[in-house]
Write a protein that binds this ligand. Structure first.
Ligand code: SF4
Length: 377
């Protein structure tokens, strides 16, 4: 790696969106075949070939290869998790999100007792990996709130992930010491100018601070970092290429850290914009397989935003992690649908229905893929 790089931003600034967009739409058949030959050891340019229109006729080959690589590395296992929304308060305006500050909706932040009730119900569903989600409201759901929530939740779960506002390195270190394992921070789009139009107000409008977040997580030693772009905002191939480039940089710099990628497709929500870009399910399959062929170690995660039948197939293609039984409103497990959801889900099966489907497909459900004791050896 270039030792002059201090953060991903130094590398990112050497690229031009339009040029990457042009290249990612115009790869040759020969480049696709070379990328397939380098399966498991690819470079970002191989990934670019695999997501290009030229790779579409190779989808069957890609699916077979992706399945083989996934079985070799992960065996027949699927990690399951359930989101736990602690607050829908948010001081940001994001044009695609139901929690946006300008949406006149009832705002809820769970108290300690309400958190306990949610935990009790989630545990009764049989789940052991929880993803804590909040909006961005530093006064009510700042790092102190998150720290006390993690301390409260920690004894009940094997694996705790977080999807909240970007934090400082020291804050991540504090939360990791309290038992936080994974942090998901999606760039939404790597198109710097368009990013501003989707995030016109609030701290999230700072593109650079968000772009630097995985570096802060890497330095803080958080066990696993999740990346992703919100599919539907800008050209998906260009955003996926920058995500893969980001990953390539992070894996070399923070090599002790594990990585995951998610594929959120824009879903309906209160006051939402229509997707600018529509990705077909066939293209989503191409993207999933491309990530696996590019990187055999990567955890690939698919949420309940996708259709049940699609999710059933995806476990045979390369997906290794899935949510189930999701309620995307705070207090949603104990109180049902009274407060507003962040977005509508599609696969509404319960965790036990999901677990049964996974087992019937011949896979084992796992809650975490490492052990702190082993990690310390
Ligand atoms: S995406 Fe996040 S920061 Fe933006 S409005 Fe929704 S909850 Fe707030």
């Amino acid at each position: 790696m270039n030792t002059e790089l201090h953060t991903f931003q130094d590398l990112f600034d050497t690229y031009d969106w339009d040029e990457v967009r042009e290249r990612s739409h115009h790869r040759s058949t020969a480049e696709v075949e070379e990328a397939l030959h380098r399966a498991g050891h690819g470079k970002p340019d191989d990934f670019m070939a695999l997501i290009s229109p030229a790779a579409a006729p190779y989808l069957e080959d890609m699916a077979r290869l992706s399945r083989k690589l996934t079985l070799n590395k992960f065996g027949k296992t699927i990690q399951m998790y359930i989101p736990l929304y602690l607050s829908n308060e948010c001081q940001n305006i994001c044009t695609y999100c139901g929690f946006s500050y300008n949406n006149r909706i009832p705002r809820v932040t769970l108290t300690e007792d309400q958190i306990d009730r949610e935990v009790e119900i989630i545990k009764a569903l049989g789940m052991d990996h929880v993803l804590i989600v909040t909006g961005e409201a530093n006064r009510t759901v700042g790092v102190d709130y998150l720290a006390s929530a993690i301390e409260r939740i920690r004894p009940h779960f094997s694996h705790i992930s977080l999807e909240v506002q970007p934090l400082e390195e020291e804050e991540y270190r504090t939360l990791a010491n309290l038992g936080l394992h994974s942090v998901l921070v999606y760039q939404e789009t790597y198109h710097r100018e368009a990013y501003k139009s989707y995030h016109p107000k609030g701290k999230k409008s700072n593109f650079d601070y968000r772009l630097d977040t995985p570096d802060r997580l890497g330095r803080a030693g958080v066990h696993k970092i999740g990346l992703g772009a919100l599919i539907g905002l800008e050209d998906w191939r260009t955003d996926a290429y920058f995500t893969a480039l980001h990953l390539h940089y992070l894996e070399r710099r923070y090599w002790k850290t594990k990585y995951s990628v998610s594929f959120p497709r824009l879903r309906p929500a209160e006051g939402l914009i229509e997707p600018k870009v529509v990705m077909s399910e066939r293209e989503l399959v191409q993207l999933i397989c491309a990530y696996r062929i590019y990187n055999e170690h990567l955890e690939l995660s698919l949420s309940t935003r996708e259709r049940a039948v699609f999710r059933d197939h995806a476990i045979h293609l390369g997906i290794t992690s899935m949510s189930a039984g999701s309620r995307t409103n705070p207090g949603g497990y104990a109180e049902g649908e009274e407060s507003l959801e962040q977005f509508e889900i599609d696969d509404s099966r319960s965790p036990s229905e999901m677990a049964n489907m996974i087992r019937e497909a011949g896979y084992e459900v796992v809650w975490k893929d490492w052990d702190r004791a082993l990690h310390a050896v």
